[in-house]
Write a protein that binds this ligand. Structure first.
Ligand code: SAH
Length: 413
């Protein structure tokens, strides 16, 4: 019997000799896939044989069985095939993977390591899954540490996280690469270096923050709001600011540095609020200009509205209310309620910033909800900014589902 080496590829789990599964489409998705939409749902396949998650796949068209491209498979998931390439000439191996890694790194070098930018922002997303042509693979960098996250069993069976971590650590001279599993309760492991015992320090636009990479939300910080926080810094001067769902105070610190006269940060999570206080001090802001509240944002707004308390700038960045499509109607109702209550808590001609990170809620839906909410509050509004994710969170043009973040800054009359 010939023993095959377990990993003859550094970045992929499958041995180079693994024969890909040939799966045929049940309907005509050729155009969509060739345009760069990288997802095939189980219902679009002619058959879904059981196979190990992450098994490499050659996808064939529904009519003549011609090859469309290559990807990997998860027979247990509704998202059955994630495409790696639709170029006929491309083979999926280490060389392919490294080409994609290098392309992703090069974009971040342009964004953050340029002559002017060097050292100002050391917290960024290095690999954004499908947006970097790396399905299901996310790597966030915080200073000397990176956090790797694989999305789902397919990605876990396909990518070899240890080899990837070593590549990233070497290219960026990192001390540690930590893997955060998506399953709750599992705290993960260090792939390179040792498990961090304290939050990791990094800079965002020269502002000091820390990321709780082991236990914090997401990979430790909400890097995707970087540009929207800048926007808030630009308009905060002299204003009394309310930051709801504030987490570790990202928006609050930017508002403070932008010259806000006072900032109130509200979040349900006590550890996050403790860190928000710390971040405020870390940036030399006066403690008496920051009030922190551990509590429910809906209740806080209700109380504020009862007392007719208002702020000149209100920021509302709630968690995703719709993690599945069927939760969308409920989510829209919750957003609308927040917009209405938020508008009532905004002074005349004050500013209201509203965000949604739910991929199932479209920008149009969200603007509609804002319109309804403002109207419920018997106010009118002018849109100053509509924004989404920053360029270190790239998305395939053909995959609108990947553009999950919406940020709307309004002046409320
Ligand atoms: N704006 C933040 C990210 C917010 S994430 C930033 O830029 O970093 C959403 C936050 O909402 C989490 O910190 C979570 O603890 C908090 N949260 C969830 N439900 C809440 C509620 N009902 N009231 C207040 N905070 C809540």
């Amino acid at each position: 019997m010939v023993m095959k080496p377990k990993h003859d590829q550094k970045f992929l789990r499958q041995a180079i000799s693994t024969i890909p599964l040939r799966l045929r489409l049940g309907r005509d998705l050729r155009r969509l896939l060739k345009r760069g939409h990288p997802w095939v749902f189980a219902e679009a396949l002619r058959q879904c044989p059981t196979a190990a998650p992450g098994t490499p796949v050659i996808l064939l068209d529904h009519r003549k069985g011609e090859e469309i491209g290559r990807g990997f498979y998860d027979s247990q998931s509704a998202l059955a095939v994630r495409m790696c390439t639709v170029e006929a000439s491309e083979t999926i191996n280490d060389t392919w993977a490294e080409k994609r890694f290098t392309r992703a790194l090069s974009l971040r070098q342009t964004l953050f390591f340029s002559q002017n930018g060097t050292g100002q922002t050391t917290g960024f997303r290095l690999f954004n899954g499908e947006g970097d042509g790396l399905p299901g693979l996310v790597v966030d960098v915080y200073g000397d540490t990176a956090v790797l996250q694989l999305d789902g069993d397919g990605a876990n069976g396909f990518w070899h996280s240890l080899g990837i971590a070593e590549w990233v650590a070497q290219k960026l001279s990192l001390k540690c690469v930590y893997e955060r599993p998506r399953t709750r309760g599992d705290l993960g492991r260090a792939l390179v270096g040792i498990k961090p015992t304290a939050p990791i320090a990094f800079l965002e636009n020269r502002i000091h923050f820390t990321a709780e990479v082991v236990q914090g939300q997401k990979t430790g910080f909400f890097l995707d709001q970087r540009e929207n926080r800048q926007q808030i810094r630009q308009v905060a001067a002299g204003k009394r600011v309310l930051n709801l769902f504030g987490y570790t105070g990202g928006f609050s610190v930017y508002a403070g540095l932008g010259g806000a006269s006072h900032v109130t940060t509200v979040d349900l999570a006590k550890p996050a609020i403790e860190t928000a206080k710390h971040h405020w001090q870390l940036n030399g802001l006066p403690a008496n200009q920051h009030q922190t509240i551990v509590g429910d944002a809906f209740e806080f707004l209700e109380q504020a509205n009862k007392r007719h308390t208002q702020w000149e700038l209100v920021i509302i960045d709630p968690p995703s209310f719709a993690s599945a499509k069927k939760a969308v109607p409920q989510a829209l109702t919750a957003y609308q309620k927040l917009v209405a209550a938020g508008a009532s808590a905004t002074t005349p001609a004050g500013l209201l910033a509203m965000a949604s990170c739910s991929s199932h809620v479209t920008l149009n839906d969200f603007l509609e909800v804002c319109t309804e909410g403002i109207s419920t509050a018997k106010r009118r509004a002018t849109v100053l900014v509509i924004n989404g994710q920053p360029p270190d969170h790239p998305t395939p043009l053909a995959l609108p589902e990947f553009r999950y973040l919406k940020f709307v800054l309004m002046r409320v009359e």
